[in-house]
Write a protein that binds this ligand. Sequence first.
Ligand code: C2E
Ligand code: MG
Ligand code: MG
Ligand code: MG
Length: 273
Amino acid sequence: SITDQGGGRISSLSADSHKDLNRRSNIDKKMLTALDHNSFEVVYQPQLDIASDKVKVYEALVRWEDAELGHINPEELIPIAEENGLIHAVGAYVIEEAAKLAVKLTAEKPDISISVNTSVREFGNSSQMKDKLTGILQETMCPPDKIQLEITEKFAFQAEQEQSIISQMKALQDTGISFILDDFGTGYASFRYMQNLPISKVKIDRVFISSLLTMPKTRQLVEGMILFSKSMGLYVIAEGVETEEQFEALKEMGVDAVQGYFIGTPKKGTEIV
Ligand code: C2E
Ligand code: MG
Ligand code: MG
Ligand code: MG
């Protein structure tokens, strides 16, 4: 048993981690029912295309509000879903919502598409993601070019180890779906992925944007990332843009699109249509 070594510090730490474990286990236990009972929701954050000065993409972000557990953010729920296997159902739910919204938006805003975050687990080990996505697009009658998939560098790292993931990505790309490398710059071997994976856009992580104007080195880094990406023919997005100063600086540096609270916060689908 854990002894208190003075000041009650150890016992309070262990009480905290017990609380964490308990919350984690409750999230795990409640997830399936929450999915079945429509307690999940998807919100959409606008992305402004600089050249046209128009919002052309919305990023789908999953939300879950529980009466007892409160707000469960994606950074908390996705890793648990990856572990208990419900990531397939969560992912399917988000893609289906996104596809339905994309279809609804088409009449009034024909050039809008929706980007969906995906976990490498969703690709399974043969053609799981390809089948799931193709099926949802057929059911919702959503054209494939209305959906983009965001992958992280962790995803990219694993994708490179598994040919079935790369072949699913390529098959999906052939149908018109494009891939975005999210959180660009935070991983450890970003450049290699550009060579081996069918990525057409990169999204510079918000850690770089938040210190863009305060740290000269960050500015140089971001300039480098933009130059490099553009020379690879990639479309460059900056995320986490919170101020007008950041927005102007990024525009001047040549990014193709910006996303962040300065442009717009995530909103319910009903508020966009
Ligand atoms: P991400 O894909 O990098 O998404 C951007 C996150 O930054 C979102 O948090 C968004 O609400 C937040 N954000 C947007 N603009 C700003 C800003 O100006 N300032 C700051 N400080 N934050 C901003 P959220 O919704 O909590 O999502 C966190 C992460 O969870 C996402 O990061 C994504 O990796 C993951 N995620 C979200 N939804 C899904 C999903 O449906 N499936 C999967 N696999 N992952 C998801
Ligand atoms: Mg994302
Ligand atoms: Mg991101
Ligand atoms: Mg991020």
